[in-house]
Structure formats: C-alpha cells, structure tokens
Design a protein around this ligand. Structure first.
Ligand SMILES: Cc1cc2nc3c(=O)[nH]c(=O)nc-3n(C[C@H](O)[C@H](O)[C@H](O)COP(=O)(O)OP(=O)(O)OC[C@H]3O[C@@H](n4cnc5c(N)ncnc54)[C@H](O)[C@@H]3O)c2cc1C
Length: 814
C-alpha cells in the first residue's frame, strides 16, 4: 500500500453504498485528496445483504428527485465502470386491497405525476399480467411505476468505488476511525490505528455505526438498529426474469425476482430492535440468526399473495440489521453541533434506492457548504433535544418502522414516546378537550373536542371526525376571539453591541428599527432561497427577540448562528424554554386584551407591528401586535411559570366576548384563507421571496447589503420563471391535501405545496408554484384555465393571486 495519508480535503467514514457514492460524486465534482476509510471491507456493513429493490416515489418532490438521480446513475454505471451492477428497470408495482388503500395509491400516482414520474393506475387483472405468480382475488387496484427497478447492492457499491478510485479517491480498507479531532467548533481530522489524518471536511457514512461515530465528536445521529428479514427462494416455475418489484402494503410485504426465484420480505408491526448495548465488535459481513417465529405471520401473508411459495425451495431467511430513524427518513447534511462535519446515515431499508442520489446531494452539500436543494425532510437539523435520548429514539423508531406500510393517513400523528415537552397549560387544555399532536417532542393542541366528544383523531381520506369542531374554532376566530397555546414556538435572543449589524446582514427585511417595533422577515441563502421565516422583535438597542416555528428550532438556530459575520459582537441564545406564548386572535381580541391588562390597546396606543409590556395577573407580558390568521390579534410572551395565571385571566377577560380555545388545525385553515406562507411547504431554500410573493418584505430598495441580496437583485432584473399562486376548488366532496398536480390550459405547470379547507370561504384552498420557462406575468397567470389532478382525476380550479379571505388589512391593522 502507498504510504498512509496524513492530510485530506475530505475524509469519508464508511465504505457502504452511501460512503462510496459520496466519494464517487466528490471525485466527479473535481475534489482531490479525498480519502474513504472502511473499518473492514467495502459493503461489509448493511449494504452486502440488502434485497436491492429500488423504488423512487416519496412524499417530497426533492427526495423523489434524489431517488430519480439514483436510477439515472445506476442505469449508466455499468457502462462507465465496466463492473456489472445487476441493475434491471423492471418497474415497481404497488397493490391496493381496500377502497382506502386504492385512494392512497391513486393519490400517490398523482404525487408521482406532480414530481415527473409516469405512474399508472391499473386494474387487478392488468396488475396480475405484470406479476403472474400472484393471486389477485382480494386486490381492488394497483399502481405501476415503470422506471423503478432493482440492483445488486454489493456490485453497485463496488462499481461506485471503482468510479471513485478512477477519479482519484484513496480507499483504505481495514482502517477504523477511532477518534475525531475538533477545534473551536470545527472538525479538523480523524484518528485511526494506522495514523491520524487532518481534514477540512469529515463525512460520517457509517451506517448503523453512525451514531457511535457521531458520539466521537459530540454529534447526535438519531438512529436505531432494527432487525429486518427477507426470504430467498430457489427458482420457481412461472417467475419471469423481468418481474417488476412488488409492494403489497395491506399485507405489509414486498418481493422481487432473483435468479429465477423470489426474494420476499416485509415490515412487521412488531419490529425487534438490535444492539441496544452497542454493535458487537467484529460484526461485518455478519447476519443475525433467522427468526422463523417472528417471520411466521409474514409468511402467512406472503403465501396468501404468492401461492407458489408453498412448495418453493427455501435458500435462506436473511436477518440483517439496518438503521432506522424516528420519522422513517434518512439523515443528511452538516451537523448543527460541528462545522464541516457531515452525516449521511439512517437509511431505513431504502439505502440502495437512495444511495446514488443521496451521495450526490451530500457531495454537492460538502462542496458548496450549502444544501444543493431543499432537503428539509431528511435534513439533520430537523431533530431536537428529544432525539438525543436513545430511549426516545428507540421507541419512536419502532413505531415508525411498524408504520412503514400502514396507511399514511392525512394529518396522522405518531403516538409513542409522548408526552415529553408540554406547555404549562397542558393539563388545563387537556381537561378542556384538547386533542394534541406532537412536534419535535412538544405536545400541541390540534383541536378541542366539545363536551361529549372524544378528543381523538379518526383518520380517513374523507373529511375527518374533527372537521366540524375545527370549523367552529375557525369561525370563533373570524367572528369573536380565540386563544392558541403556542408555547412551543422556538425563541432566540440576539444580543451584543453589534446585534443590529448582524441582524441587518442576516435578515432580508429592514430590521434596523427602533426598540418597540417588530418585523416579519425571511433569512436567505446566497442563492436568495428562504432559509428561515421569522418574526423579529427589537427589544433594546443591543437585543432582538426572534420567533420561529416549533419544528425549525435546531435548523433556524444553526442557520442564524452560522450567518453572524465574524468579528461582530453578537451572540445567539435559545430562550425557547423561558417563555410561554398565548396568541389571542380575532376581532374581539382588543377588548379581551384591554380587559385582561387594563392597558390601552387601541390602534393609536398599540399599533400593528409594535410590541409593549403589559401586566396581566401580576405578570409582565410582552404583547406583540401581529397575526398569522388574518385577524386583529396579539401574541403574548411571558415567563413559563406564570402561564396558568395569565391564561386564566385572559379567558376570564374574553368570556363576555365569546373567547374559545383554538388549535393548530384552525390556524392552518385560517392562514390558508389569508394566504400566509408556511416554511417547509410553501416556502423554503428552493424559493426566493420574489417567487413566493414576499418581495414586499425585502429591503432591495435600500442600499443595505444582506445575505442573498445579489442573487435577488439579479432575479429582479429578469422575468420570474415560477410564482406561488392560490387555487380553490368549490366542490366540498373533493379533499385537497397538497401535492395535487396543477394544469394550466391542459399543460402540467406545478403542484400544490399545501392545501386544506377554508371554512369562511367554503372552499378547498391550495397553494403551489406555477412554472413557465418563458415567465409567469400576472396577465398570463390570470388568463389560464386551471385544473388540479386529485387522486388521479382532474377537477376544475380557480387561480387566486390575492388572499381568498380579505377582511382588508385595515381591519387587521385598525
Ligand atoms: C435485510 C435488509 C434488506 C434491505 N433491502 C433493501 C432494499 O431492498 N432496497 C434498499 O434500498 N435498501 C435495502 N436495505 C437497506 C440498505 O441495505 C441500507 O440502507 C444501506 O446498505 C445503507 O448503506 P450505508 O452505506 O449507509 O451503510 P453500511 O452499508 O452499513 O456502510 C457503513 C460502513 O461504515 C463502516 N464503518 C462503521 N464504523 C466505522 C469506523 N469507525 N471507521 C471506518 N468505517 C466504519 C462499516 O464497516 C460499514 O461498512 C436493506 C437492509 C436490510 C438489512
């Protein structure tokens, strides 16, 4: 072997498919001095024993794109490297055995169309022709994705490694990373038994070992090893070589052809975690003992679908551990705890399907220092404090695993490992019928069940059981006043002599305002994409109070902290747990606040966009005049220990005005009517404020530099290629959920990013970007005839460039 390297531009830890793909793509990006370290041999972790199904469709457009990138790569890899990969594009078939599942797969077909995949809905007999060995007497429909396929995981990985080597990557096997060095919050290298390597960047692609590897440098990788089994048969008569992959979620099973026989497995509802005390030494090219007892119910379901299994010769029941995560999505990106330390792990048994695209995205992320596209569903910054607890991760991960093939109901909430983070009002609200959802470990009231109604979601693809109750909350906010417990908001303080300088650089809107003002602003990346969407409150000359969504706590903190220009006296502090928040919203909110506080909250004394300290129940309350629901209102922020007293006082003061408890589902329908954008769906790093219709919140006309300004200024010179628009569908029998395809004059132009029912306007409402390479001027947008594809059928829709509900800003601001 050549001498052991002492320095690398990037060290990749792990020689599975993800590490090799990342190395391959870094080499393609022209990176030199890339070293991949594998503690045993390439593929010896989870990769060698994967079943090799490669499906593409996910619920996010960009994650689907990432999987499409895998397929594109696998199609050409053999020709490029001369190594066979076993890639076969036989398509993927998904069955439905009941009407709800049929609706689900029809909606999936529409999602596929939105994301540029040709998925067809088939009859049972058409499906049977594609998969001759199966029985279809209980099948009510199917969907077929012709570009799905299968591959040989070890061969693909070796081909990627060969491609990486050809691009100059050094791959060293039998070389375990035992320590990771850091300095001042930045990674500086790795240590192995063979020696230390200094490195600018370190990438943790250590599969189910990634949690342990992360621990070496204080980075939390929230994953858990779980046993996963599949059966390999001898050749079976009537199994053609071009058999598509099969998923039969109602039976929790999957299958594919392999050398004339079948590989069949599934996702048990009672998964078994593995390596609770750590992965044993020497576990490479290793399997766990076949667990026939555990597989037996799965076998019963398999036999019901594929009768030939009854007599087929069994080669092996493979039991391999694989890393799973609490939300079923993998983990990608730069760790919030440590600069230049990246993670690509936790692949939930679709690491072969994702490996090509995930490695590409990770390499691009490393090379640019910024995510190549909005990868929020898999971003490592989606996790928070609960995810640092292995026990919490274990519990939630097992639930997510068991959910893999169960119906993915709209508005579904996972139930395990709850409650953890609760507002001080939790018990009070629970006693008043709150039905809670969970976000980043927080319990949040979704809706309130009236007396005699059980506060429990009953899921369906039709209107769900809470529909009318949320309607009543919605109406109360529009006509009287509602109170929302939003204590889970993430809250930060930016403090220091240069706080204004730092915030002015990071925020796209003008935040250099006098103390007492509050400003709605985006924070942009260098491409002008929206990284954060926040409310900024100027407290004093040297301090700002920043409020963002519950789920974005880690992401936004990390983004803002890293964007503070060097040398400035400005520090960011997380104060989430210090303050409870009650939002009091609706036309009677002024009466309520005045009565509760005794303060003058008239428009003259307390204008929109300002904040004041008012006293309620012996508590200094920071009252912010702001709204996310399109009505007059205030957010009240105050010390958590005073929450009960403040809440009781507000409810008593609001009682003559008809105040009610309201939840997050009412917020959603209220904000849809008013056209407020939601980060993570309507807006995000892929969209600029100009495209999102938020140009009014950007200080482009001022001569102040800010992050993302140049990209935005450039974009402002030419025609926009996409614009966020609202859509409505009158028919109440249609249910819009998001991801529905948008057609303009019969041509596909985009998909809905969010959607729901607007109770005041009595319509379905959706938002989505309309795309056109020639530009999207207002006249052109308005002149089109629009349809939405919903569950594989088109329905007429109306476009709206203004909010559907507009009590006129004068009412909100008066
Ligand atoms: C039974 C089973 C069936 C599956 N079927 C499918 C399927 O059909 N389709 C699909 O897409 N996916 C499937 N998967 C999932 C797939 O196998 C994994 O998602 C994928 O292999 C993960 O690749 P990886 O590179 O992240 O991890 P790994 O392949 O585990 O690679 C990680 C590597 O890191 C190395 N390493 C760990 N610690 C260190 C260290 N300190 N220093 C140096 N090296 C280190 C390990 O030795 C290992 O080789 C299946 C998994 C199982 C278990």
């Amino acid at each position: 072997m050549a001498s052991f390297p002492t320095h690398a531009r990037a060290v990749i830890i792990g020689g599975g498919i993800v590490g090799c793909s990342t190395a391959y793509h870094l080499a393609k990006l022209g990176w030199k001095e890339v070293v991949l370290l594998e503690r045993n041999k390439l593929t010896s972790g989870s990769t060698w024993h994967a079943a090799g199904l490669v499906g593409q469709l996910r619920t996010s457009a960009n994650i689907t794109q990432l999987l499409k990138n895998s397929v594109e790569l696998y199609r050409k890899l053999e020709a490029e490297t001369g190594l066979s990969t076993g890639w076969k594009m036989n398509g993927g078939l998904r069955l439905a055995c009941n009407p709800e599942r049929l609706t689900e797969i029809k909606r999936q077909a529409t999602t596929a169309h939105s994301f540029g995949l040709a998925m067809e809905v088939l009859t049972p007999s058409e499906a049977q022709k594609l998969w001759p060995p199966m029985r279809v007497d209980d099948v009510v429909g199917a969907a077929f994705l012709p570009t799905d396929g299968q591959a040989n995981p070890a061969d693909i990985t070796q081909a990627l490694a060969k491609g990486a080597r050809a691009g100059g990557v050094t791959i060293i096997e039998d070389c375990r990373v035992t320590a990771i060095t850091t300095k001042q919050g930045r990674v500086t290298g790795v240590v192995t038994a063979q020696g230390a390597i200094t490195a600018d960047v370190v990438v943790n692609c250590a599969g189910q070992w990634a949690r342990e590897v992360g621990k070496l440098c204080g980075v939390n990788v929230a994953l858990q090893s779980v046993q996963h089994q599949y059966l390999v048969t001898e050749p079976i008569d009537g199994v053609p070589r071009n058999l598509p992959t099969l998923r039969d979620p109602d039976r929790l099973i999957y299958g594919k052809e392999e050398v004339g026989g079948l590989v069949v497995g599934g996702y048990e509802p009672n998964p078994i975690a593995w390596a609770l005390k750590g992965i044993p030494e020497g576990f490479h090219f290793s399997l766990l003992d076949s667990d026939w007892d555990h597989f037996e119910p799965m076998m019963g379901r398999l036999l019901g679908r594929i009768p030939a299994l009854e007599t087929a010769g069994i080669k092996q029941l493979i039991n391999g551990p694989e890393s799973f995560t609490p939300d079923g999505n993998f983990i990608l990106g730069e760790a919030p705890e440590l600069k230049n330390f990246y993670v690509g792990a936790g692949f939930n048994a679709f690491g072969i399907a994702s490996g090509g695209g995930a490695g590409k995205a990770l390499a691009e992320w490393v090379a640019a220092g910024e995510s190549p596209m909005d990868l929020w569903p898999v971003d490592i910054r989606r996790f928070g404090s609960v995810h640092q607890d292995p026990q919490w991760v274990l519990t939630r991960t097992l639930e997510a695993y068991a959910h893999h093939y169960s119906m993915a109901w709209p508005h579904e909430e996972l139930e395990s490992a709850r409650p953890v983070r609760v507002s001080p009002l939790y018990e009070r609200l629970k006693a008043q019928g709150a039905c809670f959802g969970s976000k980043l470990g927080w319990e949040r009231p979704n809706w309130f069940a009236p007396d005699g109604v059980e506060p429990k979601d009953i899921y369906s693809y039709e209107r769900q059981n809470w529909f009318d109750h949320v309607g009543a909350e919605h109406q109360a906010v529009r006509e009287r006043v509602g109170v929302f417990d939003q204590t889970s908001f993430a809250k930060f303080m930016m403090i220091g002599r240069d706080a204004e300088l730092a915030m002015s650089w990071i925020c796209a809107n003008d935040v250099a305002k006098a103390p007492g003002r509050l400003i709605y602003t985006q924070m942009l990346n260098r491409q002008g994409g929206i990284e954060c969407d926040v409310t900024v409150t100027r407290l004093t000359e040297e301090s700002y109070y920043i409020i963002t969504g519950t789920g974005f706590a880690t992401h936004d903190f990390s983004w803002i902290e890293r964007a503070i220009p060097q040398g400035l006296d400005a520090r960011l502090i997380d104060v989430t747990s210090a303050f409870a928040v009650l939002s009091v919203m609706g036309p009677r909110s002024r009466d309520t606040l005045s009565a509760a506080s005794g303060a003058d909250s008239s428009n003259a004394a307390f204008p929109f966009g300002s904040w004041q300290t008012v006293m309620i129940a012996g508590t200094p309350v920071r009252a912010l005049r702001v709204t996310y629901v399109g009505e007059l209102g205030w957010e009240l922020h105050f010390p958590v220990e005073c929450a009960g007293a403040v809440y009781d006082a507000v409810m008593a003061a609001g009682q003559p005005h008809g105040i009610v408890n309201t939840g997050y589902r009412a917020i959603e329908s209220l904000r849809l009517e008013k056209g407020y954008r939601a980060w993570g769906s309507d807006i995000g790093p892929d969209h600029t404020p100009l495209e999102a219709g938020l140009g009014w919140a950007v200080k482009l006309k001022q001569n102040t530099p800010f992050l993302g300004r140049e990209a935005l200024a450039k974009q402002a010179l030419g025609p926009l290629k996409k614009r966020l628009a609202g859509f409505s569908v009158e028919n109440p029998a249609i249910v819009l959920l998001g991801r529905e395809t948008i057609f303009r004059d019969g041509k596909q132009v985009g998909w809905l990013t969010s959607a729901g029912w607007g109770y005041t306007v009595s319509r379905n409402i959706g938002y989505g970007y309309v795309r056109n390479p020639e530009g999207v001027p207002t006249d052109w947008l308005k002149s089109g005839r629009y349809e939405l594809e919903v569950a594989a059928e088109r329905v007429p829709a109306q476009i709206h460039l203004d909010a559907l509900y507009d009590p006129s800003m004068s009412r909100i601001k008066a």
